[in-house]
Design a protein around this ligand. Structure first.
Ligand SMILES: CC(C)(COP(=O)(O)OP(=O)(O)OC[C@H]1O[C@@H](n2cnc3c(N)ncnc32)[C@H](O)[C@@H]1OP(=O)(O)O)[C@@H](O)C(=O)NCCC(=O)NCCSC(=O)CCCC(=O)O
Ligand SMILES: Cc1cc2nc3c(=O)[nH]c(=O)nc-3n(C[C@H](O)[C@H](O)[C@H](O)COP(=O)(O)OP(=O)(O)OC[C@H]3O[C@@H](n4cnc5c(N)ncnc54)[C@H](O)[C@@H]3O)c2cc1C
Length: 775
């Protein structure tokens, strides 16, 4: 057996299906001779990220004996914690004669080369084939291979391997530089390797923690595609796609993000010069927040209120150069910069923009939906809301992004709970895995079920979007209102629930969940702004409610509705809860009926209340405000129903083995009944269920927790997140959580020196002074 094979056997476990590293089930032998060093850094031919590198166990016997003695001493309490590190380090140096530079090479810091047996045990008990489910999530076995090929390519680059450490320990500025490097490298790879859009999307997703130039593909290019004329596209879209210009989408102002009709940036047409003059006349009109604007971009789509001969024509898009193409300094009349440190890490350089009498040619108004002719006459081809098209696209994307963040979080939470042991269940047994506690399952499994629910429903939304977009592109706007309702609702539902579940998962990791190295803390801060960006949650739910109330009014006149509100025109007069026994609670079609009745009742009640208030003489806006909470309640009920329905439908039409289907059905049923128990008041109040049914449902909830428990690790493994994407010491594929935590702590810059300068500056003089002081 050559070196290559021995290495493989050492790291990839005997009969286990995978090698000891995620995303590397297909073995790719290294094409170089394996040295002692490469043995540590390469696994299956792929260079490991620093935090995934495994130290060999083959240290010499002397060093091992020393380590054992040291550990015994530590156990017996003979060595103080502070002296442990230095002692182990020095003794190893002497005994082995090897210059071990890192603490991670000592007994306390060794990351074993095997998968933690507690995690392996979970994998061995899986009831279904994990690879099959991974393939379903990727969209087919060939898509999984494609993703793995890209992972291998991207993560073998040392700059991408460095990223998790910079994320954990770097300053904001270092982090920003690293994300610029990451973006530019990906953009270059895309050009050089002629990636398709699909390949590029996968590559962008792998990083997960953001790209400094994310707005280029997130909104600038899509904005040009949706708002520019063919002629304008030929000019600027090509430049943007070739990365000759870098841009952003500058809409939000200091004073207005939600209310677009209130934007104060003006684009005033000057027919004499055939130019627009752009101004941000007040402090509240300064563009504030756009991603990549702070330091990165040289162009922007600026959204401004169009003014012609003193008349306002609503919000329109303008193509503006903001920085020099030679030295990146702001153009004359422009002030631009960073808005300041934010709650989480600086995944993007959010900026401000002040425009002072900036003149741009008439041709720089993006005129797909409305034109201004040289003499200043205005013609609109579509309603003003057609200019909101880029936001609709991003809302669809954010629904899927919620799946990505949540599935990462729940992977960390579940794997960690399978290797963490604490307290006692049976006093005679060893401490159980915390995953055994029903309360722990109750913290983790709603998030697990939600991740799958969001995955399937956002996939269905994406398909609807693609279909509708083709028609909208061709000028048929018929599907736009429904698309707006669905994308706004899904964006609100997915981001809001994802954030809540991530925070619960973070807490489920106990103290370690608060460490950046856990990966989960960082995910919460990345997820936090998602409920605000691209339409704040309440505001988006209210858009859904507006649509529901209108559709309810249509249904009340006898109109047969189709699409996502078809249930509003069904005859609910003789509704009876369809659950006749506890067994019925597993029937998805019955659970869907319960959900649809709950929405129907919630919508009809609030719509009727609105009508009564208005009939009683209340002004419409006043009546709306008086009912806002119930309107949001109705919108949430609608969204929950849609997601339950989509999840269930996806399973029904799935081509998969009975075992995989069964595992997903259990999860889907749990998702549905969890929603009922969480909002049981609403379900009881609307008489969608009765008290007895609620008791059945609650009993089943306990049973399902136990059923999901046995497949929990397999269900998160199926997401197949690469360790670098996870960036988690406690959630890595091998489950060696403690070793990775310790290893990570060693990398903290605070540990670079044994004694911190502040000791000499402040602490030592203080202690000395205290020692001299009289009592
Ligand atoms: C809140 C609304 C929807 C209100 O729109 P409005 O026109 O002022 O008012 P309205 O009277 O409520 O509605 C009038 C009508 O417009 C419809 N409508 C509203 N939005 C859309 C749409 N997107 N597509 C199609 N139709 C739309 C509404 O349904 C109304 O229709 P109706 O009159 O009822 O038939 C709007 O102002 C809005 O979308 N605000 C949110 C702003 C936003 O999302 N900004 C995103 C900035 S970019 C960003 O955050 C990037 C983040 C990137 C990252 O880093 O991740
Ligand atoms: C990280 C990040 C990145 C961003 N990137 C960009 C970008 O690239 N480009 C860009 O243009 N913008 C960007 N934004 C701005 C973002 O789109 C807005 O912050 C968002 O749309 C919310 O608007 P707002 O800040 O005005 O909130 P507000 O509307 O002021 O919300 C504050 C509160 O008021 C309530 N409220 C407001 N209006 C109503 C109403 N009609 N009914 C009931 N309640 C209401 C909300 O529910 C909320 O509770 C970004 C923001 C963040 C945080």
């Amino acid at each position: 057996m050559g070196n290559r094979c021995r290495l493989r056997t050492a790291i990839c476990h005997g009969n286990s299906r995978r090698c000891g590293y995620p995303g590397l089930r297909a073995h790719n032998p290294p094409t170089f001779p394996i040295t002692q060093r490469s043995r540590r850094t390469y696994i299956c031919g792929v260079k490991q990220p620093p935090h995934c590198q495994m130290t060999t166990h083959k240290q010499d016997a002397g060093a091992q004996a020393t380590q054992m003695n040291m550990l015994m001493d530590i156990k017996r309490g003979r060595l103080s914690h502070l002296s442990i590190t230095r002692c182990v380090f020095n003794q190893l140096l002497i005994k082995s004669g090897r210059a071990l530079k890192k603490m991670s090479n000592t007994a306390v810091g060794v990351i074993p080369s095997h998968v933690n047996p507690d995690l392996q045990e979970e994998r061995d008990r899986a009831s279904f084939n994990v690879t099959e489910l991974t393939n379903i999530i990727d969209g087919g076995a060939e898509k999984t291979l494609l993703r793995k090929r890209l992972e291998k390519l991207i993560f073998s680059d040392p700059d991408f391997q460095k990223f998790p450490d910079i994320q954990t320990f770097g300053t904001n500025s270092e982090f920003y530089s690293a994300t610029v490097l990451k973006s530019t490298k990906l953009f270059k790879l895309r050009r050089e390797l002629k990636w398709t859009d699909e390949e590029f999307d996968i590559a962008l997703r792998l990083g997960g923690q953001g790209h400094a130039l994310g707005l280029q593909h997130g909104m600038f290019i899509p904005g040009l595609e949706r708002l520019a004329t063919e002629e304008q596209k030929a000019k600027w879209l090509t430049l943007a796609k070739q990365y000759k210009i870098i841009g952003t989408y500058a809409q939000t102002e200091m004073g207005h993000g939600t209310y677009l009709k209130g934007l104060e940036t003006t684009a005033t047409y000057d027919p004499k010069t055939q130019e627009f003059i752009l101004n941000t006349p007040k402090i509240s009109s300064i563009k504030w927040w756009p991603g990549s604007l702070g330091k990165s971009t040289n162009h922007a789509i600026v959204l401004a209120t169009l003014v012609i001969k003193g008349k306002k024509y609503g919000m329109h898009p303008f193509f503006v150069q903001i920085r020099s193409m030679t030295d990146h300094t702001p153009m004359t009349g422009i002030k631009v910069g960073e808005i300041g440190a934010r709650m989480g890490r600086m995944t993007s350089d959010n900026g401000y923009l002040i425009l002072n009498n900036i003149r741009i040619p008439r041709e720089n108004m993006l005129m797909k939906n409305a034109q201004v002719s040289p003499d200043g006459s205005f013609t609109a081809k579509a309603p003003n809301q057609a200019n909101y098209a880029t936001m609709v696209m991003v809302r669809v994307g954010l629904s899927y992004y919620s799946y990505q963040l949540l599935s990462r979080g729940v992977t960390i939470g579940v794997r960690y709970s399978a290797v963490r042991r604490q307290s006692k269940l049976d006093p005679k047994e060893r401490e159980p895995k915390i995953l055994e506690y029903q309360t722990q399952q109750y913290k983790l499994f709603p998030g697990l079920a939600l991740a799958y629910a969001i995955f399937f429903s956002s996939r269905s939304l994406r398909m609807k979007y693609m279909e509708a977009y083709q028609e909208i592109k061709n000028g048929n706007l018929q599907k736009l209102p429904e698309l707006h309702c669905e994308s706004a609702g899904m964006k609100a539902f997915c981001t809001d629930n994802m954030l809540r579940e991530l925070e619960i998962i973070r807490q489920s990791c106990g103290g370690h969940g608060y460490l950046n190295a856990s990966g989960i803390a960082m995910l919460v801060t990345i997820a936090a702004p998602m409920v605000t960006v691209e339409g704040e949650t309440t505001v988006m739910y209210l858009q859904v409610a507006r649509y529901l109330v209108k559709r309810f009014a249509n249904a009340s006149t006898g109109q047969q509705l189709d699409g996502c509100t078809a249930y509003l025109s069904m005859d609910h007069a003789a509704y009876m809860c369809p659950l006749m026994s506890e067994d019925d609670c597993r029937n998805m079609s019955r659970l869907c009926d319960i959900y649809s009745y709950r929405v129907y009742m919630t919508v009809s009640r609030v719509a009727k209340q609105l009508q009564t208030d208005i009939m009683n003489g209340m002004p419409q806006h006043f009546a709306f405000n008086k009912n806002l909470v119930n309107l949001v309640r109705a919108a949430k009920a609608h969204c929950y129903y849609s997601v339950v329905k989509d999840f269930s439908k996806a399973i029904q039409s799935m081509q998969a083995s009975p075992q995989t289907i069964k595992a997903l059905k259990t999860l889907c049923c749990f998702f549905a009944i969890h929603g009922i128990t969480e909002e049981s008041g609403d379900f009881l109040e609307t008489e969608s269920i009765g008290l007895e049914q609620l008791q059945w449902i609650k009993r089943l909830q306990g049973t399902l927790l136990a059923e999901i428990r046995s497949d929990a690790v397999a269900l998160v493994d199926a997401f197949d997140h690469h360790d670098i994407s996870l960036s988690s010491a406690i959630g890595s594929y091998d489950g060696n959580a403690y070793e990775r935590l310790f290893d990570s702590a060693q990398k903290d810059p605070m540990n670079k020196e044994e004694v911190h300068p502040s000791y000499f500056q402040y602490l030592r003089p203080f202690i000395q002074e205290m020692n001299k002081a009289k009592l």
